[in-house]
Design a protein around this ligand. Structure first.
Ligand SMILES: Nc1ncnc2c1ncn2[C@@H]1O[C@H](COP(=O)(O)OP(=O)(O)O)[C@@H](O)[C@H]1O
Ligand SMILES: Nc1ncnc2c1ncn2[C@H]1C[C@H](O)[C@@H](COP(=O)(O)O)O1
Length: 210
């Protein structure tokens, strides 16, 4: 619990695959007694297919994630906030859809269709923004070893170049992100798994934003 962070806040955790968002989401929710909002990975009907054939499935997956995140966003508002959210809707378009469009694994027409849907749904005054976006960053080697140790087969088999490009794109994306305030945390400077006290320091850092 924090006496400073309002109990109806929405705090979103962002960062590249494997950086530690889910772990941070759980720890922050526990510390603040907030609810959690996770992205759909385990029962996602497109994710495996997507990793085995980007060209065939990238549009389907983006539409699926957009719909799921939009429903989650609606739910968080209806319930009255008090959520830690694992990954933002902004990363879907700013990182994933854009990366696949630039690489040619999403067609130009599909990207335009996706972008216009995203803008109609998200870029309007009715769409609530997070109070703070907690951005996790760190060196690629640590992130890669976390992807390996977590053990999702589809990610383990994805070429290194894919993760390198995503890592670089995240750095560029966060430098120009301005939809809401951002707390940047370097994963080399905290250890949520072995140090019970560090979540308190992170909550203290978050309080400055309220
Ligand atoms: N501080 C940490 N030290 C070591 N391993 C970590 C740490 N934080 C997360 N991990 C591990 O790294 C992997 C990826 O973390 P996860 O939270 O699932 O990342 P994300 O949600 O960003 O993909 C998991 O196996 C998790 O247990
Ligand atoms: N919008 C997305 N496009 C493609 N892939 C995505 C998108 N959002 C999430 N993903 C993938 C990346 C990972 O394989 C899993 C879950 O991400 P994680 O960072 O481990 O929470 O889904």
């Amino acid at each position: 619990m924090s006496a400073i962070i309002p109990t109806n806040s929405i705090i979103t955790v962002a960062g590249t695959v494997g950086v530690g968002k889910t772990t941070m989401t759980r720890k922050l929710a526990e510390a603040l007694q907030f609810k959690t909002s996770f992205e759909k990975v385990d029962n996602n009907p497109y994710l495996d297919k997507f990793y085995s054939d980007f060209e065939r499935w990238s549009f389907h997956l983006q539409i699926y994630f957009l719909a799921e995140r939009f429903k989650e966003q609606k739910h968080m508002v209806e319930v009255g906030g008090g959520f830690i959210q694992d990954r933002s809707i902004y990363e879907d378009t700013g990182i994933f859809a854009k990366m696949h469009a630039d690489k040619g694994t999403m067609t130009e027409i599909d990207y335009e269709t996706y972008t216009s849907l995203f803008e109609a749904m998200v870029m309007n005054p009715y769409f609530p923004k997070p109070n703070v976006l907690v951005y996790l960053e760190g060196d690629l080697d640590t992130i890669l070893s976390r992807i390996q140790s977590r053990g999702r087969e589809m990610e383990k088999q994805t070429p290194l170049s894919y993760w390198q490009e995503m890592h670089q794109r995240y750095q560029d994306w966060i430098d120009s992100f301005d939809a809401c305030p951002v707390l940047r945390l370097d994963i080399r400077e905290y250890d949520l798994i072995n140090d019970d006290q560090c979540i308190k320091r992170i909550v203290n850092e978050l309080e400055i934003y309220f």
